[in-house]
Design a protein around this ligand. Sequence first.
Ligand code: ZN
Length: 150
Amino acid sequence: MSELRDLYQQVIVDHHRAPRNFRALARPTASGDGYNPLCGDRVTVELELADGTIRDIGFQGAGCAISVASASMMTAALRGRSVAEAGELFDRFHAMLTDGESAASADAALGKLAVFSGVREFPSRIKCATLPWHAARAALAGRHEPVHTE
Ligand code: ZN
C-alpha cells in the first residue's frame, strides 16, 4: 500500500512541476474562479463549450502542489467530455474525497484521478483538491451555455 501511495505522490509532484493546460484559452465561452482561503489557492478555469461538449479547457492561478496537480489532471480528464459527463466526474471525485468511497471503486470510475484518494487522510487538504472542480462547475453553470440537469 505504501508503494501505491508513493506512486500517487509521484503523479501529483509531476503534475505540479509540469501542469497540463496551464494557459488562457483563445476563445473561452465560460469561466469560473475558485479561492481556498485555508490554503491560499487561487484558480481560474476557462472552458470552450460547443454542442454541450468541452472542446477545450485551461486553468491559471497559483496554489499548493495538490491544488495545481488537481487542476492539471482535471483539465486533462474533462477535455472532450460532455457537460453531463463532467458533472458525473465531479460527483465521483467529490464522493471519493468526502464520502470514503474505496480507492478501488474510485479507480474504476476515475482512472488517474484516483491518485487523490490519499488526500482523504489529510482533511485540511481536501478543499485544495476539490477547488478546481468547484471552479469548473461554476463555469459550467454560467450563463454562456444552458446547463442541462438530469
Ligand atoms: Zn492548497
